[in-house]
Write a protein that binds this ligand. Structure first.
Ligand code: GLU
Length: 380
């Protein structure tokens, strides 16, 4: 497969590591470098692309602001350092993007936010709204409350989960190395950069040494893990050097990097996930009008639902059946079974009055819905 060009991507997650953002001697943000990166981001944004940033640096910045000695921090120390550093980090992003007239929105996530479906859906709709408003979500792990047992710990895998959560079509990991090599390049002069990885095989995994730099937690190993997460879910990924100025422009100009290609596009992979890998927890039976609307690519509204069966929570997978009980599709439902029962057959405008809270207008949003051609789903 040929190397893709940056131009063809619409929604891009850019992960920036601590060692790029923070000068390890001065303990301060590398201002000139960041200003150049922001110019690259503004250019992509100006071309109509949707951007998300996953930025590390809270612990590194907090450490320097608090003048903590070098060495490993205990859990509560890194949590407290992150609390101080994250403020500085958010302010920095807000300033450099604001300079280009771009709003930045801070999102701090924990492992549970991406792994529990309810919370996942919540975070996803916040991200979707920010992108709709043309703001740039700036995301980091919520290091202040993350504990050793329940944390990502590295922003490579976090960025991959964010990219799949946001249905991004490209994840760019800016790193202190310009790609994946056949062997660790520092110790092996014959090591060669691999420009394109079509599939993350065990050979590829074996090439990832445990290269670590002082400030960042992720080595090549977490980047390969990230590649697996991203490409399985339909997101292309690339690793490129962030050590140069204007690193995104360099990628656009065809500079050195490693591409990890996904065979699928984000929507189909996500929809495959919905259609195939989840245990449906209930059934929504819909009227003939809703069946036509769904087949035409629309969302399922409460008004079209005639019957609710099963015990499901918001975000669970449910089967959607037509009036003759034939399976029409599957989707992730936006309401739990109790609320779905209360609002079925009612107009979206009545939802607030019935439930006392303003919920989603759709029972299942079309992005969360897979509608099969007639007969595509088994009758179970
Ligand atoms: N979330 C951590 C921080 O902001 C960084 C994790 C990483 O470097 O990958 O300091």
């Amino acid at each position: 497969m040929a190397r893709p060009t940056l131009r063809k991507f619409r929604r891009i997650v850019v992960k920036v590591g601590s060692s790029l953002l923070v000068d390890s001697d001065a303990g301060e943000v590398r201002g000139a470098w960041l200003t150049a990166l922001a110019a690259d981001l503004a250019k992509l944004h100006g071309e109509g692309r949707e951007l998300l940033i996953v930025s590390s640096g809270s612990i590194a910045l907090g450490r320097s602001r608090l003048k903590l000695p070098r060495g490993t921090l205990k859990l509560e120390e890194s949590q407290a350092a992150a609390a101080v550093g994250q403020i500085a980090l958010a302010r920095t992003w807000s300033e450099v993007l604001g300079h280009h007239g771009i709003g930045a929105g801070q999102i701090l996530v924990t492992l549970q936010d991406t792994e529990e479906r309810r919370r996942y859906l919540n975070a996803r709709s916040t991200i979707a709204k920010l992108l709709e408003w043309r703001a740039v979500p700036v995301i980091n792990e919520n290091d202040t409350v993350a504990t050793n047992e329940i944390r990502y710990g590295d922003n490579d895998r976090l960025a991959a989960r964010v990219a799949t959560m946001a249905s991004a079509d490209l994840l760019i990991l800016l790193s202190d190395i310009d790609g994946l090599y056949t062997a660790p390049p520092g110790s092996n002069p014959d090591a060669k950069l691999i420009p394109i990885v079509e599939s993350v095989t065990s050979e590829i995994e074996a090439m990832a040494g445990a290269a670590e730099s002082e400030l960042s937690r992720g080595g090549m190993r977490t980047k390969i893990e990230a590649a697996k997460i991203a490409t399985t879910a339909g997101t292309h990924m690339l690793i490129a050097s962030g050590k140069i100025e204007h690193p995104l422009q360099a990628i656009a100009d065809g500079g050195r990097c490693t591409w990890f290609l996904t065979p699928a596009n984000p929507v189909t992979a996500r929809k495959r996930w919905i259609a195939g890998s989840l245990e449906p927890k209930g059934t929504l039976t819909i009227d003939a009008g809703a069946v036509s609307a769904l087949r035409a690519g629309k969302s399922l509204l409460p008004a079209g639902v005639i019957r609710v069966d099963g015990q499901f929570a918001r975000g669970d997978a449910v089967v959607v059946r037509g009036p003759d009980t034939h399976e029409i599709g599957r989707g992730l439902v936006a309401y739990d079974a109790e609320d779905a029962e209360k609002i079925r057959g009612r107009s979206s405008g009545d939802v607030m009055a019935i439930l006392g809270v303003s919920g989603r207008a759709e029972m299942i949003h079309r992005d969360d819905l897979v509608v099969g051609p007639s007969g595509a789903f088994s009758q179970n």
